[in-house]
Design a protein around this ligand. Sequence first.
Ligand code: UGA
Length: 434
Amino acid sequence: MKIAIIGTGYVGLVTGTCLAETGNQVTCVDINEQKVTMMQQGQLPIYEPGLELLFHRNIIQERLFFTNNLASAIENAQIIFLALPTPPGENGSADLSYVLGAAKDIALLITSYKVIVTKSTVPVGTADKVSAVFEQYTDVEVAVVSNPEFLREGVAVEDFMKPDRIVVGTTDERARRLMSELYAPYVRQGNPVIFMDERSSELTKYAANSFLATKISFMNEIANLCELVGANVDMVRLGIGSDDRIGKRFLFPGIGYGGSCFPKDVQALARSAEDNQYDFKILNSVMEVNAIQRKVFVEKLKKYYGGNIEGKVFALWGLAFKPETDDIREAPALYVIDELLKGGAKIVAYDPEAINNVKYLIGVKISYADDHYEALQGADALLILTEWSTFRTPDFDLMETLLKHKVIFDGRNLYDLDKMIDRGFYYNSIGRQV
Ligand code: UGA
């Protein structure tokens, strides 16, 4: 099939590359000329495990193309994906100007039936708004389809190639057939393509992310309670997760969820509920708990130092909002850094992928180490903020020689509690006893 992808951000690039991998002819369009030139030369602008291989292969085999020219990209395309940013607007709801702007540009160019797919996370009713733009600017028939993405950063290629499910919102029979054909190679193991109306599909995306965020906030509260009542959250997690109705995944407490999706989507759903005069109580609590959780971590640290962290040197392991990404959007680490600096502490940070992004954002207010052990040199304590695999089985003997004091505040529960106690560390983690 011939496909056009409008927008080569994270979602657009992964979608385009993975669609090319199964034999489609994919042209990705972006207004950023520099970025397009870079991609034409085979340079991938984002870090995502496994993507580079597919990206290169499909460029070489001439199935994946990049251009600034919208007209040529959509000319023969049967399906046009809109993978454009929907940043939070002034009141917390998603700003649709990029999506609606692109719809207008496309409407003015098309001459034959097209399936227009919104891939971006958009509020309920957006498909209708996009349809209205087409009705206004062209007589050509189009079907506007909602097809939310459920890609996790760090495992996006796997999520795309082997999805748990694909949700397609359309009431247009021709669009339904084309979308079934397009996704057939990805659901060969029997995972469903779930067809529904556009509004249900749009809401599914928000409901999925908000439900997952709710699980996390719930576990963070259980963890806080564990610390007070002398329980161990690891045990509670195993105890409840073994019930299929609850499930084992997404029950890990920590320093709160971050990233470009959960914070934005939970807020947007709450706002959308409010706009419809519905008081979505749980969502407000989910957000409140998340904001508190990172504070709780810093408060525990300050308490350990009797309320004064001035002049203390902290080694930070992990800056990205989660492992296997260089993304620092809404990363809890940024909040922690801010609070430590306000308290007069010094910071030496290490992250396998996100250092450049942090440098770009906050520069020389903190120091950066070339590897995780270097960060420990002379530090008063180690703070673990992202659960990168490289931090999971460190050389504790070496750590003991490098750290000034054997103190670890672990926001991601990486180590066995008893082992840390045996080694004589002061080990403060989440939802477990010190
Ligand atoms: C999330 C969803 O998982 C994807 O399905 C969705 O497509 C994506 O948002 C999106 O809307 O684009 P992502 O933001 O990449 O994906 O990251 P997750 O792996 O879901 O993690 C989100 C946050 O939750 C991270 O800060 C992570 O540390 C935190 N988390 C996750 C926990 O604190 N505990 C857990 O048990 C799991």
